[in-house]
Write a protein that binds this ligand. Structure first.
Ligand SMILES: *[C@@H]1O[C@H](CO)[C@@H](O)[C@H](O)[C@H]1NC(C)=O
Ligand SMILES: *[C@@H]1O[C@H](CO)[C@@H](O)[C@H](O)[C@H]1NC(C)=O
Ligand SMILES: *[C@@H]1O[C@H](CO)[C@@H](O)[C@H](O)[C@H]1NC(C)=O
Ligand SMILES: *[C@@H]1O[C@H](CO)[C@@H](O)[C@H](O)[C@H]1NC(C)=O
Ligand SMILES: *[C@@H]1O[C@H](CO)[C@@H](O)[C@H](O)[C@H]1NC(C)=O
Ligand SMILES: *[C@@H]1O[C@H](CO)[C@@H](O)[C@H](O)[C@H]1NC(C)=O
Ligand SMILES: *[C@@H]1O[C@H](CO)[C@@H](O)[C@H](O)[C@H]1NC(C)=O
Ligand SMILES: *[C@@H]1O[C@H](CO)[C@@H](O)[C@H](O)[C@H]1NC(C)=O
Length: 803
């Protein structure tokens, strides 16, 4: 028996592109900036630190990293990370809680985290996985492209070219060829109860129409599509495909011309909506909506004749400017209603929405930088400051859904639902707008801040860029940071430039790319209790808590909403949380995100002692709770062992103090093939389930039983070293019926073949099918309909891909 105790400060496995060789600077007091937040290790490890003379904007900046942190979820091994919008999943969300509406904002914000895996994995959930990119309008491809200029990882981007083209063409169904524009209902442009909805149903006689609105040609959606097309063109250029580059450049230009022709209203000097049904003359609406300010951020309309009227409208107190604005509809519009007409949460007829403010701030920065208008640095700062002032609740930084434009109160903020709503950017605007970090497509960085003239200092420290760490400090007289006066830039801790200007261009060493195969968390189960492994159980669980929440991939430490297993009320001196794998695994650590809320009126504290058991008995013990971090991750390591389960026994400190685990993670090397087990896969279908079967051809003994209903086994993270490589996919299975079963095979969202599973009687056999795989990680899905599975006792054991 092995008694091993190691002091355990959690370090996220293989986080950084350059690993420990990349060192930054240490001017700012990082601990002081994250004091008071939960999950401090994540923050210290991942975020760029700032120091600015505006406390309001600075406090909101640090808070907003914690709202991102709460909304980052580990899906499962092979799929990795994603980002959600609501901390509690909502019913209309798609795969794993994805909602594509704000995915572009998520990518813009998370591109500044030091670990690139969060956003790499999230992007691949859209490009290759099951996330739905036509539920709402989105600018995901554009965000991917701009993010590649932050990571410097053009290989990752260009490997997704085919997937990006597929995502583009998924929108063909709402392209009006005669008009040359895309249309969609406002509700699916993320804006229910907005102007077109009221114009189409002015008397409120059709509740669905008034909520959803009619099909509408919108400046938002069409600008997203132009930006997405340009992203594909640049990606094609990087991938060396000139014909695709030319094709998508042209698509973008033609779409942009149609936007100017139809949506730009010269009489109103604004990009307007056009309702599509019963409108053959394409008559534009007359009310100005904030969506008309979105195109500028995508480089559309930056000439003076389009941009100056936009600036004028932004700063017009009868236009979009309000104390807690900008507003989603012009204040002078007859349909502008700052008050909600009924109890429904979400109005886009004037309320201030961070989602739209994010677009508007980026448009304002783009217009400022184009230099064709009279907008000033002070005005940009005013908008950013107003946004920070809006993001408050009871005197502390906070973000919910929407805010009243003239009242210091959130208009959509439901308890246990809207907290820390992740539907916007803020920190990307501080970094790229205010502090002027302008990512470039070559080995350089431009620094061009939009700060008020009077500022005597500002700093951003250890900002990840091309796998390096950048620090920019401005110190007018050199007294704050003692590094000389003016603007100083450090790359990987080395002073590379000092200038009296507030502008700099620096060259950056070639990009350091991330580890393609980081450790994966084999304890995460995105499906909840049911037919899929891993499974969680506990000797005692508090009635309001849930042991499954310890392996749902979601980590936050709040009391409302909460996300934890706890043993509050347990009669036992210790309780054990057990996670059972589908098959034996080799592991060498367990990571516990431990809750302590005794300091805020709760009854949960760190455990007095912890023991961890596996198939071979005791694996590790922590005998001194002062070594543990409260409300943070703690990694407990031990010698590698093969085990079916981990059982974590936690001892309470006192009779009336309990223990809580927000997440139990087991980080292990990823499976890189050639065999991918169905028992590890993502299962859908009411009766698709993992069963034990010792007669399998491998030693794993766990297979997936196909029930009578339709369903699928999805294998994420199937590795291929090359792009477009034809591989013979071998399916290990058993078919006890009398007839062959046909399963559809999908690779990266695309149905590409059928595989026929001939009867095998009681034994296991194989079938093969040729499929083309993309470079790096693929989603390979085996899908069946009701009729096909029947009662044949079909069991799927694995897919195998030659490496
Ligand atoms: C709405 O009601 C007004 C007044 O009753 C009426 O004149 C108008 O035709 C109605 N509009 C629609 C679209 O039903
Ligand atoms: C470019 O993309 C097109 C369309 O997908 C494809 O047919 C062509 O083979 C590609 N060309 C190169 C050089 O990869
Ligand atoms: C900018 O020009 C507009 C006219 O387009 C004018 O109304 C506004 O006052 C000017 N703003 C400033 C800051 O000079
Ligand atoms: C919060 O919502 C979740 C999911 O809807 C529910 O399980 C939980 O009980 C709620 N918590 C509170 C404190 O209302
Ligand atoms: C945990 O508590 C149980 C009783 O609930 C007891 O039998 C067991 O010995 C305790 N484990 C340890 C390691 O103290
Ligand atoms: C665990 O590692 C051992 C030694 O490398 C190996 O023989 C065994 O097959 C591994 N078990 C699993 C489940 O991968
Ligand atoms: C527990 O750890 C703390 C901090 O490292 C140390 O000061 C203390 O002496 C340890 N207690 C025991 C009983 O080992
Ligand atoms: C798979 O088979 C179905 C009929 O069973 C057919 O409609 C479909 O086109 C086939 N798919 C492929 C990719 O061959």
């Amino acid at each position: 028996m092995l008694w091993l105790f190691l002091p355990l400060i959690f370090t996220q496995p293989t986080l950084y592109p350059g690993g420990s060789t990349v060192q930054g600077t240490l001017f700012l007091d990082r601990e002081a900036h994250v004091a008071g937040f939960f999950g401090q290790t994540f923050l210290i490890d991942n975020i760029p630190f700032i120091d600015i003379p505006d406390q309001l904007i600075q406090d909101v900046y640090y808070y907003r990293w914690t709202s991102i942190q709460r909304n980052i979820r580990y899906v499962m091994a092979g799929a990795g990370w994603m980002c959600t919008e609501f901390v509690q999943p909502v019913g209309y969300a798609k795969a794993f809680g994805t909602i594509d509406a704000a995915a572009g904002h998520h990518i813009d914000e998370t591109r500044w985290l030091r670990s690139t895996h969060y956003a790499d994995d999230y992007i691949e959930l859209y490009t290759r996985g099951p996330a739905d990119s036509v539920q709402y309008t989105q600018w995901i491809l554009d965000a991917m492209n701009r993010r590649s200029m932050v990571t410097g990882n053009v290989e990752f981007l260009s490997a997704q070219l085919d997937d990006m083209k597929r995502m583009w063409h998924e929108w063909d169904f709402v392209f009006d060829k005669n008009v040359g524009l895309y249309y969609y209902k406002p509700v699916w442009d993320a804006q229910e109860r907005s102007l077109p909805c009221y114009i189409a149903d002015p008397n409120g006689t059709d509740p669905v129409l008034q909520n959803d609105g009619p099909d509408t040609f919108r400046p938002s959606h069409n600008a997203y599509m132009i930006a997405n097309a340009r992203a594909i063109a640049r990606t094609a250029d990087l991938a060396g495909n000139k014909s695709t580059e030319a094709e998508f450049d042209k698509l973008a230009n033609v779409l942009e011309a149609a936007m100017f022709k139809h949506l730009w209203a010269s009489e109103q000097k604004f990009f307007m909506d056009i309702i599509r049904p019963d409108n053959p003359d394409l008559t534009r609406l007359t009310g100005r909506e904030q969506v008309g300010l979105f195109p500028y951020r995508f480089g559309i309309g930056l000439e003076e004749s389009y941009a100056q009227p936009a600036v004028d409208a932004m700063f017009d107190s009868q236009g979009f400017m309000a104390p807690y604005g900008p507003t989603t509809l012009e204040i002078r519009d007859p349909w502008f209603m700052g008050e909600k007409p009924d109890g429904y949460c979400c109005y886009w007829n004037g309320m201030s929405w961070p989602y739209s403010t994010s677009h508007t701030l980026k448009s304002l920065a783009a217009i400022y930088r184009a230099g064709n208008t009279n907008v000033t640095t002070q005005q940009y700062y005013q908008y950013l400051w107003t946004y920070a002032k809006t993001q408050q609740n009871e005197g502390r930084p906070f973000v919910a859904e929407s805010h009243y434009p003239f009242e210091d109160d959130w208009s959509a903020n439901t308890a246990n639902h809207s907290e820390h709503y992740d539907h916007s950017t803020n920190n990307d605007d501080v970094i790229t707008g205010l502090l002027g970090i302008l990512p470039q497509s070559d080995d350089s960085l431009i620094i061009s801040p939009i700060v008020p003239d009077g500022w005597t200092y500002f700093a951003v420290e250890n900002l990840p860029y091309h796998g390096h760490l950048i620090t920019v400090i401005y110190d007018k007289d050199g007294s704050r940071y003692n590094q000389g006066s003016g603007l100083t830039v450090f790359v990987d801790g080395e002073n590379v430039l000092n200038t009296e200007e507030r502008y700099a261009e620096v060259s950056i060493p070639s990009a350091i790319l991330p580890n393609l195969y980081p450790l994966v968390n084999i304890a995460a189960n995105p499906s909840g209790p049911g037919n899929q492994y891993p499974k969680a159980d506990a000797t005692y669980t508090h009635a309001a808590d849930f042991h499954y929440k310890a392996i749902d991939g979601v980590v936050y430490y709040d009391d409302v909403p909460d996300n934890r297993w706890s043993n509050i009320g347990s009669p036992n001196v210790n309780d054990t949380l057990t996670v059972t794998f589908a098959r034996p695994r080799n592991i060498s650590s367990v990571t516990l995100a431990l809750l302590s809320n005794v300091g805020r009126g709760g009854s949960v504290d760190l455990p007095e002692k912890i023991e961890i058991y596996g198939s071979d008995g005791l694996l590790a013990a922590v005998g001194n709770s002062s070594e543990l971090l409260a409300n943070d991750r703690n990694e407990i390591t031990f010698s590698e062992t093969e085990t079916d389960f981990v059982a974590v026994t936690l001892h309470r400190k006192a009779r009336d103090v309990y223990v809580g685990v927000c997440e139990l993670e087991v980080w292990a090397p990823p499976n890189r093939g050639p065999t991918y087990y169905a028992a590890d896969a993502y299962l859908t279908g009411a009766s698709t389930r993992v069963v034990r079967d010792s007669s399998t051809s491998s030693s794993s003994g766990a297979v997936v039983a196909v029930g009578p209903d339709s369903g699928a086994v999805s294998f994420p993270g199937v590795v291929s070293p090359d792009h477009g490589r034809f591989a013979m996919l071998t399916v290990g299975y058993r078919n006890g019926g009398g007839a062959a079963a046909e399963l559809a095979v999908e690779v990266n969202h695309v149905p590409c073949a059928n595989v026929s599973l001939a009867p095998t009687g009681g034994r296991y056999g194989t079938a093969t099918v040729a499929v083309a795989l993309a470079k790096d990680k693929n989603w390979v899905v085996l899908r069946w309909g009701d009729a096909k599975a029947g009662d044949a006792g079909i069991r799927i054991e694995y897919v195998k891909v030659p490496t």
